[in-house]
Design a protein around this ligand. Structure first.
Ligand code: A2P
Length: 340
């Protein structure tokens, strides 16, 4: 008989937490008991996912004994406070926040790239899930990097509001409604209006003038793919509900043609879906391709006409799925296949 596992989701009422439940169900993950945890105010709340009703419990006071895998997505402060509580009870934590990502002993995993590193969870009991923008960028450039080393990445992101959570989805919705009804547009989650606007700030500013989201792309690329790769990021919030888009400009060790790149990216095992036709709409877009997909889409592959070994591409993926919930569930699938 297939072994079944006790799973806890911390932050189960959130944008990512609810998707974690959905992806576990979609993938028919072998679950014995599923515990959905959130703040005290959600204790007893019912949530409906794929026509199944679930009851939420308060995280505070929850006993992690007997939990095989705990998926955390309730913010860094909650991971800081409760992840060790879970590992002390022998649960394995897959943490979707940035709290543990840069600790040397803690593996930071994109299964298509470095699944072999999962084994290092044994030291701390924790595996970190990378930042959403980093995951889709690295899945897309991995096949290129395998063929011809990437030296430098220039990247501009166009990131959906769902990455900030349910409050931000509501803020965009409310602002659109206010606009069409001629009401005053108010904001609270973002520092400026997000509806019909583009905001060049994601997360807090760092001392070097970059934002933390930008530095996450730098640090995580080095930790996951190759420490030699330099990254020059600008991360931008756009009024899209689901799906991050990225304009990526690679500098490679040597020249490869756009046709060579497209051949690798369209190979069966490339890990991406290539949509690249020189016709109107012959490229992936967040609202069209990403809404219900776990995949990473690539388009607009072309040689950089301004730089000798440059290659440009457009990368789109659902930030809540591949950027968060699906990647975490993939890690959990590796755990049950190879380790527990
Ligand atoms: P709750 O709905 O009870 O506030 P999002 O990323 O969409 O904003 O979701 C954040 C998630 O983190 C929600 O599930 C939220 O639960 C949860 N959360 C926030 N604060 C706490 C807390 N103190 N303890 C447990 N879960 C929390």
């Amino acid at each position: 008989m297939t072994k079944k596992y006790n799973i806890a989701i911390v932050g189960a009422t959130g944008a990512v937490g609810q998707m974690m439940i959905q992806v576990l169900l979609e993938r028919k993950f072998p679950i014995n008991e599923l515990y959905l945890l959130a703040s005290k105010k959600s204790d007893g709340k019912k949530i409906n996912i794929l026509n199944k009703e679930f009851t939420v419990k308060a995280l505070d006071g929850f006993d992690f004994s007997g939990i095989d895998i705990a998926l955390f997505s309730a913010g860094s402060n909650i991971s800081e406070k409760y992840a060790k509580e879970a590992t002390n009870k022998n649960s394995i934590v897959i943490d979707n926040t940035s709290f543990f990502r840069y600790e040397e002993d803690i593996p930071l995993i994109v299964p298509e790239i470095n699944a072999s590193q999962i084994t290092h969870y044994k030291k701390t009991g924790i595996i970190a899930n990378p930042n959403c923008s980093t995951i889709q960028m690295l899945v897309a450039i991995k096949p290129i990097h395998d063929l011809c080393k990437v030296i430098r990445i220039n990247v501009c992101t166009y990131q959906a509001v769902s990455g900030t959570g349910n409050n931000a989805i509501k803020e965009l919705n409310d602002q659109v409604n206010a606009y069409v009804n001629n009401n005053e547009i108010l904001w609270d989650v973002y520092p400026k209006q997000i509806a019909f606007n583009v905001i060049p700030q994601i997360d807090n500013f760092m001392e070097n003038g970059y934002t933390k989201e930008e530095m996450k792309m730098v640090w995580e690329t080095k930790k996951i793919l190759d420490e030699k790769i330099e990254v020059n990021p600008t991360t931008v919030r756009v009024p899209v509900f689901y799906g991050h888009s990225e304009a990526i400009h690679l500098e490679l060790e040597k020249n490869i043609t756009s046709n060579e790149a497209k051949n690798i990216l369209s190979a069966k095992d490339s890990g991406v879906i290539l949509i690249d036709e020189h016709i109107d709409g012959g490229y992936p877009c967040a609202a069209n391709e990403c809404e219900n997909s776990n995949d990473v889409y690539v388009g607009r592959v072309r040689e950089d006409i301004s730089c000798k070994n440059g290659l440009n591409m457009w990368v789109v993926s659902n930030n809540i799925r591949k950027g968060a919930a699906f990647n975490s569930v993939q890690i959990a699938e590796h755990l049950i296949k190879d380790y527990i």
